[in-house]
Write a protein of this length. Structure first.
Length: 134
């Protein structure tokens, strides 16, 4: 499958393959890069901003699941889902692709477990804007 990648900042790249979009960031330590952080961002409907329901949901997801860390950002306006593909010395593109697919599958399962109508309240934020062709 083909990839679309766009540099977002000096240390992050947006990647799209199929319907999946991630922001990838190398995680630096004194030994060098030892993991790549994979991020998905979701916009939260204003009626859920800062709500107890949202806090309880995120808390329970972090307690039950180990494929990613769920973090509330921007005063409840954004949910960041962050995974970490760890490696020693190098990582193959295929390993990274499988890790992103695994994360995406986990998120699909989360979506299925949420109350009906949640897809109208929590939506993926596109990190790569569609090319409008100028």
């Amino acid at each position: 499958s083909s990839y679309l990648a766009t540099k977002l900042s000096p240390n992050s790249v947006a990647v799209q393959f199929g319907d999946n979009q991630f922001v990838l960031q190398p995680s630096m330590s004194e030994q060098g890069v030892d993991r790549i952080l994979t991020n998905r961002l979701f916009a939260v409907h204003p009626q859920l901003h800062g709500s107890k329901e949202l806090l309880v949901l995120i808390g329970s997801l972090n307690q039950k699941l180990n494929f990613a860390k769920f973090v509330i950002r921007e005063n409840g306006g954004v949910i960041q889902v962050q995974g970490a593909a760890t490696f020693v010395d190098s990582i193959e593109l295929e390993e990274l692709r499988r890790f992103m697919l695994w994360t995406d599958e986990g998120l699909k399962q989360v979506g299925k477990s949420l109350p009906k109508g949640s897809e109208n309240l929590i939506k993926p934020i596109p990190v790569i804007k569609p090319d409008t062709g100028a």
